[in-house]
Design a protein around this ligand. Structure first.
Ligand code: ADP
Ligand code: MG
Length: 835
């Protein structure tokens, strides 16, 4: 057996492997020879356990699919076989188990056999896992071959050139017999001709051939060869048998060790797997635990936060509850008090109701009485005369006083309205007036008598008050007065506001004022901020109502506004005139106060006018002795004053007690020349009928002015209807007394009613406020009770929530704890198993 000797001696195992002379072992796969001879020698080449293989090229190879076998199984691998040579896929398949090959129909002769092996199953197995013998033609050709121990796993190995002879039957049998495990083969190639023996070393005769492995001399002839082989074989077989026995023993031991090791390994593997599983479980548990811990921490922090919030909320609620409770008890107490006071209240309410009844009754009576009072008052005024004339004499001025003039007026019977005028020294003439004021009488005295007439405008009557007289006799003083010593104008309006205020519960008043001036028969608006585009004309707007369109009509709310307006008018009167006093004395200043009243009880509405007129100076034309413009002025004044005198005296005649027929009255009125002057035209709707007229005749005490004084007094007498005066007055004295008494009584009644009214109103107010208070308190109590109920409900709800959250927390804590326990036990188990 030989192979160029490269493997020989390297591996002592080979010694016991092959004993067939001429054969050799090669630790690589099949390499095709380039020589055609070699190719031609291949008779049969089967791929054991595999398919037919073919390789084209300059050295064509043809390997048949597996055949000629008997028994055994097929082994295959996809793993690559190292050193597989030209046909590595031969080694990827094998036949193994209990099998043999029988090649038939071979021409008798010498052949050589190549066996191809590869350990493709026990790739990781130990040596000796598969050990087998190969018999060719029943002779052991390969002894105890262990492929793995020679080349390792998945590597090709060839046992080449095993000589064999085919007999007449043409059969070559190749038998495989296992020593340990099952035999295996990947390919078998039968070549023609015996292998050439190589001379390795010289034997005793110098010609003998030696086996590579056992150095047995190989004889040239087959018989010699065989005999030598037999003897060596016997010797070595013995040794082999011993060794084999030992080996078997070792192998058995080894096998046992291997088996136990395998079992131990398997056990270890199992344990390792289990450990892995446990580790994995441990790891996942740890992760889960971490997550749970995190969750727990979150939950507990949230819980802590919530708990703090809830605690604060509960504290707040408790505080509120306490406050509400105390408020509730306070309110209950108040309610109790209220309830206790309710009987008294009820009594009060019934009393008030009866009072209200009484009040209504009284109100009705009061209204009736008021109506009657108005009538009586008016009758009283009328009894005094709707047209009244007061005479006022101014004091001597400084100049007059210094020149010691004679006073021509006498006031001995001034109280009775008699004024004496000394004519020509001793001749005394008596003038009768409704009232005579001496120079000592002040503004208050004057106003006291004038006020009833002036204020009747509030009862719906039209009123005209004039100041008539020579310039410088005190017309303006009486009407306007000075800031310290105010006159009729201001005092009248002041009183109107006062009465309006007193009556505001029953009557509402709307007062407006306009200020006009009549000069040279032209009307001028003293309140207008700019001169009007058109001349102011007097128009009749409805039956008995005259109006000057475009005149400023200032609504006034209080007396301060009145003063401002009067000042504005007074100032405007002076504008546009070189000589202020001169101008004012030659024009009529007319203040028109319009009163709109609404009786709040009866709903009755009235509209009335009060004229306060500061007339132009009445001095006669002859005395002034003027011409041109002055003459025109004087004529205008004269005309208007005459017209006024005519109108008033006509009215005085009409309203006198002389029993004129109705027709005569109508005739008288229609004949009155109102339109003869702008002054009377303006006053038309305020003179006559029920309207009241009061004229102040202003005179001077100086004898220098005697002429004008007499003239003024005559005018006044005419105006007053002097011929009827005394008779009228006298006949009325008892009646007046009676009426005065009645008026007094009425005033008393008025006062009582007013007081009662006030009492009732106060009581009503009190009752209402009490009722409202108790109602609001009750509402508050109900509200608070509702709130308390709501809060209590909320509290209960919150407590429930809190306990739920707490329970949840506890459950989480328990779960966490059990997790921890589990993890610890797993860790202990794992450590235990590992150790
Ligand atoms: P008239 O308007 O009629 O022209 P006034 O009112 O201007 O007259 O009065 C002329 C002067 O006489 C003024 O200085 C005024 O103060 C004064 N006077 C008039 N009447 C009285 C009186 N009763 N008491 C004191 N002074 C008076
Ligand atoms: Mg004047």
């Amino acid at each position: 057996m030989g192979d160029g000797g490269s493997d020989t001696g390297e591996d002592p195992m080979l010694d016991s492997l092959i004993c067939v002379a001429g054969s050799s072992i090669k630790k690589s796969g099949f390499i095709a020879s380039h020589s055609t001879d070699e190719r031609e020698r291949r008779v049969i080449f089967v791929n054991a356990g595999g398919e037919e293989l073919r390789r084209q090229g300059h050295s064509e190879i043809e390997v048949e699919a597996d055949r000629f076998f008997q028994g055994g199984d097929v082994l295959r691998t996809d793993e690559e076989v190292a050193d597989g040579g030209d046909l590595p896929s031969i080694y990827q398949s094998a036949r193994y188990g209990n099998f043999c090959y029988e090649f038939r129909d071979l021409p008798p002769g010498d052949y050589s056999v190549d066996l191809h092996f590869a350990e493709i199953v026990y790739t990781n197995g130990p040596r000796g896992m598969r050990v087998f013998n190969v018999f060719i033609q029943d002779e052991k050709a390969v002894s105890e071959l262990d492929v793995y121990s020679i080349v390792g796993a998945n590597r090709a190995l060839q046992v080449m050139n095993i000589p064999v002879s085919a007999g007449k039957d043409g059969v070559v049998s190749v038998n495989f017999q296992g020593v340990v495990g099952s035999p295996t083969v990947s390919g078998i190639c039968i070549k023609q001709g015996a292998p050439e023996l190589q001379l390795v070393s010289s034997g005793r005769d110098g010609k003998s051939l030696l086996c590579d492995n056992c150095f047995a001399p190989v004889k040239l002839t087959a018989a010699e060869n065989k005999a030598a082989r037999m003897s060596f074989t016997a010797k070595y077989e013995r040794e082999i048998r011993e060794l084999k026995a030992q080996c078997q023993m070792k192998q058995d031991e080894c096998y046992e060790a291997w088996m136990s090791l395998t079992a131990a390994n398997q056990e270890l593997e199992k344990v390792r797997a289990e450990l892995d599983v446990k580790f994995f479980q441990n790891f996942t548990l740890g992760q889960a635990m971490e997550k749970e811990t995190e969750k727990m921490a979150k939950i507990s922090s949230k819980y802590e936060h919530d708990r703090r919030l809830w605690v604060a909320a509960i504290d707040e609620l408790e505080r509120k509850m306490k406050a509400i409770k105390s408020e509730h008890s306070q309110l209950s107490f108040e309610a109790h008090q209220c309830a206790n006071s309710i009987p008294g209240l009820n009594q009060m309410v019934t009393a008030v109701q009866s009072l209200v009844g009484q009040y209504d009754d009284l109100k009705m009576k009061f209204n009736e009485e008021q109506e009657r009072r108005k009538k009586l008052y008016n009758q009283l005024l009328e009894s005094k005369g709707n047209i009244r004339v007061f005479c006022r004499c101014r004091p001597l001025n400084m100049e007059e006083a210094s020149s010691r003039p004679q006073t021509v007026v006498e006031f001995t019977d001034a109280k009775d309205g008699d004024l004496g005028v000394l004519m020509n020294g001793s001749n005394k003439k008596i003038y009768k007036f409704d009232r005579v004021y001496t120079p000592k009488d002040d503004q208050c005295d004057v106003f006291e008598d004038a006020s009833p007439v002036a204020t009747s405008v509030l009862d719906g009557y039209n009123v005209c008050i004039f100041a008539y007289g020579q310039t410088g006799t005190g017309k303006t003083f009486t009407m306007e007065g000075t800031e310290q010593n105010r006159g009729v104008n201001y005092r009248t309006l002041e009183l109107l506001f006062k009465i309006a205020e007193d009556r505001k519960k029953t009557i509402s008043y709307d007062i407006s004022v306009s200020v006009l001036e009549v000069y040279n028969e032209q009307v001028r608006d003293l309140l207008a901020s700019s001169p009007p585009a058109k001349r102011l004309e007097i128009k009749q707007v409805s039956e008995g109502v005259n109006h000057v369109p475009g005149v400023v009509d200032m609504k006034v709310e209080n007396v301060d506004e009145v003063w401002n307006i009067l000042q504005t008018g007074s100032n405007a009167r002076a504008v546009g005139s070189n000589n202020v006093n001169g101008h004012s004395s030659r024009s009529h200043c007319m203040i028109c106060t319009v009163v709109r009243a609404k009786n709040l009880v009866t709903g009755e509405c009235t509209r009335s006018k009060l004229w306060l007129v500061d007339l132009a100076g009445s001095e006669r034309l002859a005395k002034t002795d003027v011409q041109g413009e002055r003459l025109k002025e004087a004529q205008s004044i004269n005309k208007s004053l005459s017209a006024l005198g005519d109108v008033i005296s006509a009215l005085a005649t009409k309203s006198s007690h002389i029993p004129y027929s109705l027709a005569t009255c109508m005739l008288l009125i229609s004949s009155i020349g109102f339109r003869n002057s702008k002054l009377t035209h303006l006053l038309q709707d305020s003179l006559g009928g029920d309207s009241k007229t009061l004229m102040f005749v202003q005179i001077s005490p100086s004898e220098h002015d005697l002429g004008e004084t007499v003239s003024s007094l005559n005018f006044a007498t005419r105006v007053r209807g002097v011929e009827l005066g005394p008779a009228k007055k006298q006949s009325d004295t008892t009646e007046i007394q009676k009426l005065k008494l009645m008026l007094c009584q009425l005033k008393c009644k008025d006062d009582t009613i007013r007081k009662l009214e006030e009492n009732v109103q106060a009581l009503e107010g009190k009752t209402k406020s009490k009722e409202q208070f108790s109602k609001s308190q009750q509402d508050k109590i109900i509200d608070l009770e509702n709130q308390v109920e709501l809060k209590a409900e909320l509290c209960g709800h919150l407590e429930k929530r809190l306990s739920q959250v707490y329970e949840k927390m506890q459950r989480k804590e328990e779960a966490c704890y059990s997790f921890q326990q589990k993890v610890i036990s797993f860790i202990i188990l794992a450590t235990f198993q590992r150790s």
